[in-house]
Write a protein that binds this ligand. Sequence first.
Ligand SMILES: *Cc1c(COP(=O)(O)O)cnc(C)c1O
Length: 358
Amino acid sequence: MGPTATIKLSALQHNLQRAAELAPHSRLYAVIKANAYGHGLLRAASSLEAADALAVARVEEAVLLREAGIQKPLLVLEGFFNVEELEAASFHQLEVAIQQPEQLQILRQNPIKKPIQCWLKIDTGMHRLGFQPDAVDAAWQFLSTHESVAKGVRVMTHLASADDLADPVSQHQLKLFHSLTQKFSTATSVANSAGIIGWPEARSDWVRPGIMLYGASPMQGRTGEQDGLLPVMTLKSRIIAINSFTKGSAIGYSGTWTCPEDMRVGVVAAGYGDGYPRHAPAGTPLLVRGKRLPLIGRVSMDMLNIDLRGLPDAQVGDEVVLWGDGLAAEEIAQRAGTIAYELFCGVTQRVVFKEIDG
Ligand SMILES: *Cc1c(COP(=O)(O)O)cnc(C)c1O
């Protein structure tokens, strides 16, 4: 008896549609890296039929998709790191981001049979991957004349703080990107989910929604529901035991929570071994029969405790929603000091996945 992650495919499709509505003049890369943010790589790829294209972080992820028969244009956001990856990209006709001089070197030294579509990635302020502004022209020159590179090189950048509408850095990044790339007159891509939702000017030729497809808002202090999104994953389990304790009883490891009165305490079959965050503090909500009840004590590997005072009828066997339908993953993430992205990616292998809505 353990948790189940129900994946609602119609919600995934709804959220894609929502991204398309927000960026009506853009084409869309549905970002399905990291096992589609924990939702299942192939499941997501095949249900996101309506996306113009797909994007992943690494060549291995793209190869899995091609080997499973996925034909859509497929962008590798970090590009290749050695000749084997370059050859795989050519063989499988992957699109690649070119973000550092080492990749130009690999191209220079290893002629390939089929040219590849390249995106020149520019660092406008994220300071992670990308060519620095003063190196852009030379990289462009190299790529747009190299025989291994398909005609029509495109340009991209990534926003560092698009989730914060008050941070001026996005505006600065947008301006810098425009000034560096305008002269190339080619297709551009800037926006992740937060760019799509929060920054109209970031909705350029191609957008790259990730987290919003899975129903969580990327924006600080908001939930997906407020942005017109539906939760895709609902993580549920059940109450496996109920005990009555007297006032003063300490609950769980290290006895960090003490019963303030005589009360019933439930045990839920979900813990950090399933991907429920151990840092979730007492008071983090759980949903039982539509009612929010607080987590109490420390989350352990397989179980956690729940205060049943608010639901006198609760019984062993009752279903408990940990996040998803009716309980935003963003809220649980915030309580645990993290983001919904990490909760989704952290659901472990022993959790049983089920799809609904074909
Ligand atoms: C992961 C990623 C995205 C998607 O980001 P979200 O915040 O999940 O929408 C877009 N672009 C790049 C380069 C990424 O690495």
